[in-house]
Design a protein around this ligand. Structure first.
Ligand SMILES: Cc1cc2nc3c(=O)[nH]c(=O)nc-3n(C[C@H](O)[C@H](O)[C@H](O)COP(=O)(O)OP(=O)(O)OC[C@H]3O[C@@H](n4cnc5c(N)ncnc54)[C@H](O)[C@@H]3O)c2cc1C
Ligand code: FES
Length: 332
């Protein structure tokens, strides 16, 4: 395909142009459509649609966001993975996104690695400087193109557009992990696309925030907390950060300093196997127990899918969080 394809979305009948190599999700978001999505990387199935007409070329053909049943049907696609081959008509469920039209438009950009530091074994901090400022909402993420073409999502831990800070946990044998931990150095260039993400800060000042981070899930949660604290009318924030063992605990001093500086922030470190200055246990259990003391709140969380799935239902049932006020990213 040389020129843009026309994508028609059903049932709305709205259409937009999708350039060569662009995904239907990115082109739709750029055109101001309320496209449904969560991970933007092929794993969650939120962006699943039915291809009514046309053909697409998937970025990741084996994407786990489509199950066996979807594949048997033959017309199911993931809009975050689908690059059209000519004009297409796609049926998607409408997304109801509060403030969705104010989300920054995702686009590809290059960035240079300014700093790379090991925080604890298996966790690195990376600071990049994009070729142009990349404004994003606190809690959003970008897609990193790993050499060889695969893409992985990484969340920003900071809030400003001039530099992007990442906290990355190593997955032994993982494709991106091998590159980021073994090959990347300061001065290297990165190929990124974004910002993406719907688990961004949107709490009004009068409502409390409960924020739960597991491991590298701290990155977007720290961005959300920093974004909220930067406002003159910061709401009360309870931040729960959990890891498995004392030697996995990172950035505890920075978070302690943030809590000391801001009365609005209460920090609870939770270490499963115990550590000085931390509560012993599972961070999900500790945060759920704390909900008892909270009036109505907004709930933010990020981390391994198992943690998010274990906490989601009890939070919804707690009666403390209104429908649509739980914002989360599962780190697939
Ligand atoms: C919204 C979001 C935000 C995230 N933010 C962070 C963060 O801030 N810090 C952090 O450490 N991690 C984050 N992650 C997890 C991160 O994206 C990677 O999954 C993780 O770093 C492991 O990647 P890997 O390539 O090393 O491991 P791998 O095992 O090689 O891949 C990890 C996952 O990528 C998917 N995958 C496999 N093959 C492909 C393919 N060909 N194309 C596309 N996807 C494929 C699968 O779901 C697989 O489980 C985030 C994930 C999501 C969805
Ligand atoms: S948004 Fe496409 S699979 Fe998650």
């Amino acid at each position: 395909m040389t020129g843009p394809a026309t994508i028609t979305i059903q049932p709305s009948g709205e259409s937009f142009a999708c350039g060569p190599g662009e995904t239907i999700l990115r082109a739709g978001l750029a055109a101001g459509m309320a496209m449904p999505y969560e991970c933007a990387s092929g794993s969650c199935s939120s962006c699943k649609g039915t291809l009514l007409d046309g053909a697409v070329d998937p970025l990741w053909p084996e994407a786990t966001g489509l199950n066996e049943r979807d594949r048997r049907k033959g017309d199911r696609i993931l809009c975050c993975q689908a690059r059209p081959v000519g004009d297409c008509t796609v049926q998607v469920r409408p997304a109801h996104v509060e403030g969705g039209r104010d989300e920054p438009v995702p686009a590809p950009f290059a960035a240079g690695v300014e700093a790379l530091e090991r925080l604890v074994p298996g966790v690195i901090f990376i600071r990049c400087r994009p070729e142009r400022p990349v404004p994003f909402l606190p809690g959003q993420f970008v897609l990193l193109q790993v050499p060889g073409g695969q893409r992985r999502a990484y969340s920003m831990a900071n809030t400003d557009a001039e530099t992007l800070d990442f906290i990355v946990k190593e997955k032994p044998g993982g494709h991106a992990s091998r590159y980021l931990f073994d090959a990347l150095s300061p001065g290297d260039g990165l190929s990124l696309e974004g910002p993406y993400g719907r688990a961004y800060l949107r709490t009004p000042p009068e409502r409390e925030m409960v924020c739960l981070a597991g491991g590298s899930g701290l990155a977007p949660i720290l961005s959300v907390v920093r974004g909220a604290l930067a406002r003159p009318d910061a709401p009360a924030i309870r931040l729960f950060f959990g890891v498995n063992s004392a030697d996995e605990l990172f950035m505890a001093d920075e978070m302690g300093a943030l809590a000391a500086e801001h009365d609005a922030l209460t920090l609870t470190l939770v270490v499963r196997d115990g550590a000085p200055g931390a509560v012993t246990g599972l961070v999900g259990d500790v945060a759920l127990a704390a909900l008892e003391e909270v009036a109505e709140c907004d709930f933010y969380m990020a981390g391994p899918p198992g943690l998010i799935d274990a906490v989601l239902r009890p939070v919804m049932r707690s009666g403390k969080v209104a429908p649509g006020r739980i914002f989360f990213d599962r780190f697939y």
